[in-house]
Design a protein around this ligand. Structure first.
Ligand SMILES: [Zn+2]
Length: 280
């Protein structure tokens, strides 16, 4: 995500059909598809109120993490989720604000008991990044695995996969489908769709308007879409009830989004709602 062109993104939820808490109470544990917004702050910037980009999807026995931005492991601990149980990560693209906490997720949960490899799926370059990460922390890994604490040798392994569009994971009733989105020069960049027990959620990743995102979002329950708007956009000047050119969004609606994007210090009500656990 370019720092020059946006303030930062926030997650905009579309298609949430019912109150999350009542849904949670009603759904049986076997059929639940839970979506947890661990962090929603895009862009390579520090933010005291919001963690970086990271969405956790809980489906049956599976805990799948989508992107691993700043302090995402801290976000898990806050919610009582053991990061050692989160061993499968799907990366939308290799911008640092989407992957910067991978070293922490790789190393710390291992020291807290992870005994299986960390699995990472992502665009071309993901395997190389994870290989370099292992090399960067070679000293620490050697000391804790072979000399001092004797932590699990399996738990510090990495299984990384460079993916293409299509089904990238299908196990325990959960299917993850990767699809290309338009993140300008950042190629390839993916969105992900998760299907489980008749329910589904799509994470858009960073993208411009994308026909492929529309195609892969057909019939889903929830779309998690990162949005941003440039500073001082001249398109926002004018009557609020007018449709923006080439859009089904009014100027007033666009201003609401822009206002939320401008807030670096407060937590807008919409985002507070978005931080709740969504259950379908
Ligand atoms: Zn990006």
């Amino acid at each position: 995500m370019k720092r020059t062109s946006i303030l930062f993104g926030f997650l905009f939820l579309i298609g949430l059909r019912a109150n999350a808490h009542s849904q949670e109470a009603a759904a049986s544990s076997e059929s639940k598809l839970k979506v947890i917004l661990l962090g929603t702050a895009g862009g390579p910037t520090a933010n005291a109120q919001r963690l970086g980009i990271g969405t956790l999807v809980l489906a049956g026995t599976e805990k799948l993490l989508f992107d691993c931005g700043r302090s995402i492991t801290t976000g898990m601990v806050r919610l009582g989720i053991n990061p050692a149980d989160v061993t499968k990560v799907f990366v939308t693209h290799l911008h640092s604000d989407h992957v910067v906490s991978l070293p922490e997720l790789y190393l710390f949960p291992w020291a807290q008991g992870r005994s299986v490899p960390l699995q990472v799926w992502g665009p071309e370059g993901t395997r190389a990044m994870m290989r370099h990460l292992q090399e960067a922390f070679e000293f620490d890994i050697h000391i804790r695995r072979d000399v001092d604490e004797k932590f699990s040798s399996e738990g510090i392994k990495v299984i990384a996969t460079d993916i293409h569009q299509g089904v990238v994971y299908d196990a325990n009733g959960v299917k993850v489908t990767a699809f290309y989105v338009d993140h300008g020069p950042v190629k390839p960049a993916f969105g992900y769709r998760v299907d489980y027990q008749g329910h589904s959620v799509v994470m858009s990743g960073d993208t411009k308007p994308s026909d492929n995102l529309v195609k892969y979002s057909q019939g889903i329950d929830v779309l998690i879409h990162e949005v941003a708007r440039p500073k001082d956009d001249p398109a926002l000047i004018g009557p609020p009830d007018e449709l923006l050119p080439g859009s089904r969004q009014t100027r007033g609606q666009a201003k609401i989004i822009a206002d939320h994007c401008r807030s670096r210090t407060r937590v807008p009500e919409s985002e507070t709602k978005a931080r709740t656990v969504l259950t379908r």
